[in-house]
Design a protein around this ligand. Structure first.
Ligand code: HEC
Length: 294
């Protein structure tokens, strides 16, 4: 794959300009919405929110042919093949559910039951498992490097980007025949509606109704397949405002923060259950990741 650096630089520039436009567009009503406490389907915020949405849409079109996310994909492919870790092996024997080393189409069929560990796993949890059991990395060390930040890159983000891209165009179709897969889905649904924390929020407080927004950000109704599909199909995603590739584990982690819940543990049964709920609600959608987000 050839990367045109000048195109990427221009893209970054366009992003900066567009983001500038976005913050200008939101400046005025933001204060109003904040004063109201955030979670409101405010009519006055509507026009600016539409501007924001349009600006992001324009950005997506601008980067469609050469998203900065491609850099993570390239790095992810190299990481998959690279001999790494104390055991000095690559991930080429890692089984993502389609057989050892099979990456094509694997992401569209996750999360799923893995007989070797007797557990349902999503992509990131499975990668963690492979890096520990095959490559000999220390689990604790890996858990300190789950999310990248500037020069500190995370292998999870690069690998997820590349692996998800190998399912592009395929229908999301996580298996739901094994009792543990059904349990994960049911637990995920329970968690989605479970209220708690200082604000008595659940996922559903923000993502259980159509047309909700927090300040100017539109909140997809993730209990509704029509809205869950395009969302799930576009993760992992390149986040323009952070200049980072982000995984779904990151997204859930950040939403636990939004929800004023204690930190979500990477690869925990709760994270996998929520992922199962989202993936099953998105069944049938065509994978189109990595996506581009605000
Ligand atoms: C207090 C409100 C709030 C709560 C509660 C919340 N979220 Fe979110 N969520 C957001 C916001 C705001 C965004 C969009 C962030 C952005 O665009 O930067 C978001 C984005 C998302 C996305 C990505 C949407 C997209 O368009 O790609 C997913 C998936 C998600 N949340 C899942 C969850 C789950 C699962 C829970 C419960 C564990 C949850 N959220 C709880 C506010 C919330």
């Amino acid at each position: 794959m050839v990367v045109c650096w000048h195109v990427l630089r221009r893209t970054a520039l366009t992003a900066g300009i567009l983001l500038g436009a976005v913050s200008l567009a939101v400046a005025q009503p933001l204060g109003t919405a904040q004063a109201g406490g955030g979670l409101t389907p405010s009519a006055s915020a509507q026009p600016a929110a539409n501007d924001t949405g349009r600006a992001i849409e324009q950005y997506r079109e601008a980067v469609a042919d050469s998203s900065p996310g491609e850099l993570w994909e390239i790095r992810g492919e190299a990481l998959w093949n690279e001999v790494r870790g104390p055991r000095q092996v690559s991930l080429e024997r890692c089984d993502l559910g389609a057989g050892p080393g099979v990456v094509a189409g694997a992401y569209a069929r996750l999360p799923r039951w893995f007989a070797d560990v007797g557990q349902v796993m999503d992509l990131e949890t499975r990668l963690l498992h492979c890096m520990v059991t095959l490559q000999g990395f220390a689990r604790d060390q890996l858990l300190r490097e789950t999310f990248g930040d500037g020069p500190r890159r995370s292998a999870f983000e690069a690998l997820s980007a590349w692996i998800a891209a190998q399912s592009r165009g395929l229908a999301i179709n996580p298996p739901l025949a094994h009792p543990a897969e059904q349990t994960a889905y049911r637990v995920g649904r329970e968690l989605f509606y479970q209220r708690g924390g200082t604000h008595d929020f659940s996922c559903s407080s923000c993502h259980g109704e159509t047309g909700r927004r927090i300040r100017l950000q539109e909140l997809p109704n993730l209990s509704e397949p029509a809205q869950a599909r395009p969302v799930y199909a576009s993760w992992p995603a390149y986040r323009v405002s952070q200049g980072e590739m982000r995984t779904l584990q990151w997204r859930l982690n950040d939403c636990f923060r939004q929800q004023r819940f204690p930190q979500l543990i990477f690869g925990s049964p709760a994270s996998i259950a929520l992922m199962s709920y989202l993936a099953n609600n998105a069944r049938g959608a065509e994978m189109n990741a990595p996506g581009v987000k605000r």
